[in-house]
Design a protein around this ligand. Structure first.
Ligand code: UD1
Ligand code: UDP
Length: 359
């Protein structure tokens, strides 16, 4: 009987990372299944990614939905434990830093299943971020640690992870970006949104920006000051909608708040933007490859390579309007450095290690 690999995904950023790994593993004949935890469930946060990125239909959707961290993590663990005991996989592959990632890691480790973490070693060193806790626990438990950048490899080394477990493979999220670039039409996106001049694209959903009413008010003030300079399209994650609405986000004619976009529609819009501001992890990476100036509205980033090799810059909420003005004045660069190995082949490298490990 061939050895089974189970991939666990559940939140929006997991899907563009899993797609190239599953495709490459399938090309190598690896027997695999996909479990969707149901952490994200809106059509535009989940289903559209599976469709657009040609992911296989999940073998199981645990349908856990939204809840507190403990409830959500526990529900995923209970569901996965039952499945893994039934399926007896030889390896579980987890992605990124969301609650689905850490839940699957805990279950796999306790059942003695080989655990592979895609996007290992990223560190913000900010334990107020739930993702940082998820990263630390997942990496501590993983047997195969797939890193996107040299800084991630160094963090794992500093934490005592044996070098034989660490594989610097590049960035599978960028595989997805490059594989789909020909489907991303910036002119069409501009027309669809009725944009005639320069525009900014924004995404904002981190608890540190949107959960506290004071932070949300400060953020909205900054966004409105940006909108005095340039039109903003803001596909809003459901997390912050209520708070940002209460803080008056919608009350500026230059801010177009829309529902989350499908992957192709979103990147098409980003591709033609004059500037992006965001608190997303993945968007920092995608703008780096697309050469679109990116302002990350956070005090830190676990993706410093997007600053040293890309288009990213950290700003406070108060600094945002001037930073946007600066980006608009400079325009987009015609050349820029990109991180090593972000070449569209990370999925193949990961799949090769997975296949070799299965033996
Ligand atoms: C999660 C991840 C975060 C990631 C983000 C990507 C954790 C701890 N956080 O945050 O790292 O950047 O996903 O998008 O895993 N909701 C909906 N529909 C959905 C999903 C969520 O309305 O399909 C709403 C619910 O009100 C929910 C809230 O969004 O309570 C937060 O969802 P949750 O998955 O808990 O965390 P995210 O903020 O999405
Ligand atoms: N994204 C999307 N539609 C949107 C906003 C984001 O397709 O309206 C994509 C984005 O291109 C990237 C991924 O979602 O591939 C990032 O997810 P998110 O920002 O939710 O999570 P993070 O990366 O911060 O964990």
């Amino acid at each position: 009987m061939s050895k089974l690999v189970v991939h666990v995904a559940g939140a929006r950023p997991n899907f563009p990372k899993a797609a190239p790994v599953m495709r490459a593993a399938s090309d190598l004949g690896v027997a695999q299944r996909l479990v969707h935890t149901g952490q994200h469930y809106d059509e535009k946060m989940s289903e559209i990614f599976l469709r657009q990125l040609d992911l296989p239909e999940p073998d199981v959707n645990l349908g856990v939905g939204s809840a507190s961290h403990a409830q959500q993590t526990a529900a995923i663990m209970v569901g996965l434990e039952e499945l893994f005991e039934k399926w007896r996989p030889s390896m579980v592959v987890v992605y990124g830093d969301v609650n689905s990632t850490v839940a699957a890691s805990l279950v796999s480790a306790k059942l003695g299943i080989v655990l592979a973490h895609v996007e290992a070693g990223l560190r913000s060193f900010d334990l107020t971020m739930p993702e940082e806790i998820n990263r630390l626990v997942t990496d501590r438990l993983s047997d195969l640690l797939f890193a996107t950048s040299a800084d991630a490899v160094a963090h794992l080394g500093n934490e005592g992870v044996h070098p034989s477990k660490i594989h610097l493979v590049g960035n599978p999220m960028i595989d997805t970006l490059q594989a789909n670039l020909h489907r991303m039409d910036a002119d069409r996106a501009r027309a669809d949104h009725g944009l005639t001049g320069r525009y900014a694209v924004a995404t904002l959903h981190r608890p540190g920006n949107v959960d506290d009413p004071g932070d949300a008010a400060e953020l909205v003030k900054a966004v409105h000051t940006v909108a005095d300079q340039v039109e903003i399209v803001l596909p809003l994650h459901p997390r912050g909608r209520e708070r940002l609405d209460a803080a008056g986000l919608f009350h500026h004619p230059g801010v177009r708040v829309i529902d989350p976009l499908g992957y192709l529609e979103f990147i098409s819009l980003v591709r033609g933007a004059d500037v992006v501001f965001t608190d997303s992890g993945g968007v920092q990476e995608e703008t780096t490859i697309l050469g679109v100036p990116c302002l990350t509205v956070r005090p830190n980033t676990e993706r410093p390579v997007t600053i040293t090799h890309g288009t990213n810059r950290l700003v406070t909420r108060a600094e945002l309007p001037l930073a946007v003005a600066d980006c608009l004045a400079r325009g987009r660069a015609s050349t820029w450095p990109v991180p090593p190995l972000w070449d569209g082949r990370a999925g193949e490298r990961i799949a090769a290690v997975i296949a070799a490990t299965l033996g």
